[in-house]
Design a protein around this ligand. Structure first.
Ligand SMILES: [Zn+2]
Ligand SMILES: [Zn+2]
Ligand SMILES: [Zn+2]
Length: 354
C-alpha cells in the first residue's frame, strides 16, 4: 500500500497514514500493567487527604445542592467533588505585587489547577459510569468553567482527562483535571486563527462545515439529535475521534440544561465503546473551547479524544510530523460497531456500573 499524506483541517500539521496490513481491533490491545496503589486520596472517607473542596454536590430533597468546604471541615457524602491539586502546575495569585517583567525575569505560573473527582466510586470512569453520574460531571465542568473564566488573570480554561498510567494518570480514581491558564495555548490559538480567517473570507464557521462534511463521510462514527462523533481526516493518534455539538456553539458554556443529559449519555456511549473495542485503553481527552465572546461566530467547541496506543519518537518529537498506522476511515468503522453495541446495551439498561 502507498502511504498517504494528510494535513489537519486547521493546524499546519501533517500526518503520514502508513498501513502495513489488514488490521483487527485485537492488534491494538495493550497488555495491562499490574499496578499497586496505596490508599486512594479521592475515595470517600479520605477527604482529609486533599485540600478543602472548592465545590461539591450533595443530593438533597430539592435536588442537587452545591457547596464548598469551609473552616477546615471536609464534607462527606458528595456526588462529585472538586479540589485544588496538591501539586499544582499553575497556582493562584498570592496577593504579592506583580513581578517586574524584564528580560529573563522569572514569570510565575499564575492560574488554577483543580481536580474534579467524578464519582465517590473509585472505578466509575466515563466508559462504565451511570449516565446520571455523568450529568453531575458535566454540570461540575460548567460550574468550574464559569467560575474560573470570569477571573481577569485567566485567559483559557483547559478541561482534560488522563486515563490510565501510560496516558499520565498517576491515580486511578475517576477524575478530570481543570487548569486555568494565563494565556491561550498554542494549539487552540492556531485553531482560532484559522477559523477566524475562514469566517472573514466566507462568513461561515469552519467547524460547522467540517461536521456537515464528515457526517456523510466514511469517517463518521456516531450521532444523536445533538452531538456527532467522527474520526478526524488527519488524526495523528490511532483511533482518534472528536465529539462536537451539531448546533453552532462556541464554548461548552453555551450548552442548555436540556442538552447536559444528552451529552452525558453521548459520552457514555463513546467511552464505553472505546473501552470495549480496545480493552480499556489509556487515553487523553480535552475540551477545545472559545476563550472569550469575541470568537462566538467562528469558533465551535469540541472534545478531542486521543487513545494512547503508540510511542512518539524522533520524527514526531523533533519535527511535529506524525505517523498513524490506522486509517481514520478504518478506525471509524470499528468504533462505529463498538458504539452501536454500547448504545444497545445501554438501552437494555445493562449499565455494568460497579
Ligand atoms: Zn478512589
Ligand atoms: Zn460552528
Ligand atoms: Zn481542536
Amino acid at each position: 500500500m502507498t502511504n498517504e499524506l494528510r494535513k489537519d483541517y486547521l493546524l499546519d500539521r501533517w500526518v503520514v497514514l502508513s498501513v502495513q496490513r489488514k488490521q483487527r481491533p485485537t492488534d491494538f490491545v495493550k497488555k495491562k500493567e499490574e499496578k499497586r496503589e496505596g490508599v486512594c486520596p479521592f475515595c470517600p472517607g479520605n477527604e482529609h487527604m486533599t485540600p478543602p473542596a472548592v465545590l461539591f454536590y450533595l443530593s438533597s430533597e430539592e435536588g442537587v445542592r452545591k457547596d464548598r468546604d469551609r473552616n477546615k471541615i471536609r464534607n462527606r457524602n458528595w456526588l462529585v467533588r472538586c479540589v485544588p491539586n496538591l501539586y499544582p502546575v499553575f497556582s493562584p495569585p498570592n496577593g504579592n505585587k506583580s513581578e517586574s517583567k524584564g528580560v529573563n525575569t522569572p514569570v510565575r505560573a499564575l492560574g488554577h489547577h483543580e481536580i474534579l473527582i467524578e464519582s465517590p466510586k473509585h472505578d466509575e470512569h466515563p466508559g462504565v459510569a451511570r449516565p446520571s453520574q455523568l450529568v453531575h460531571v458535566v454540570n461540575a465542568y460548567l460550574d468550574r468553567l464559569r467560575f474560573l473564566s470570569a477571573k481577569t488573570h485567566v485567559k483559557y480554561v483547559s478541561i482534560f482527562r488522563n486515563h490510565g498510567r501510560e496516558a499520565g494518570a498517576s491515580l486511578s480514581h475517576a477524575h478530570t483535571q481543570i487548569i486555568a491558564l494565563p494565556f491561550v495555548p498554542r494549539v487552540q490559538k492556531e485553531e482560532l486563527v484559522t477559523s477566524r480567517n475562514a469566517w472573514t473570507k466566507k462568513e461561515e464557521c469552519v467547524f460547522c462545515s467540517i461536521l456537515q462534511r464528515e457526517r456523510k463521510s466514511p469517517r463518521f462514527i456516531w450521532e444523536d439529535e445533538k452531538f456527532i462523533a467522527f474520526a478526524p481526516w488527519a488524526g495523528v493518534h490511532l483511533f482518534e475521534f472528536w465529539i462536537i455539538p451539531k448546533k453552532h456553539q462556541s464554548t461548552l458554556l453555551d450548552i442548555t440544561p436540556n442538552e447536559v443529559p444528552v451529552l452525558a449519555k453521548f459520552l457514555r456511549v463513546c467511552f464505553g465503546g472505546l473501552k470495549s473495542l480496545l480493552n480499556d485503553p489509556p487515553y487523553n481527552f480535552g475540551f477545545h473551547i472559545a476563550p472569550t465572546e469575541l470568537e462566538r461566530n467562528f469558533y465551535h467547541w469540541h472534545i478531542e479524544v486521543y487513545p494512547k496506543l503508540t510511542i512518539w519518537a524522533g520524527l514526531e518529537k523533533s519535527n511535529g510530523v506524525f505517523v498513524n498506522t490506522v486509517m481514520p476511515e478504518e478506525a471509524a468503522k470499528m468504533l462505529r460497531k463498538a458504539f452501536q453495541r454500547e448504545e444497545t446495551q445501554l438501552q437494555k439498561g445493562d449499565l455494568k456500573a460497579s
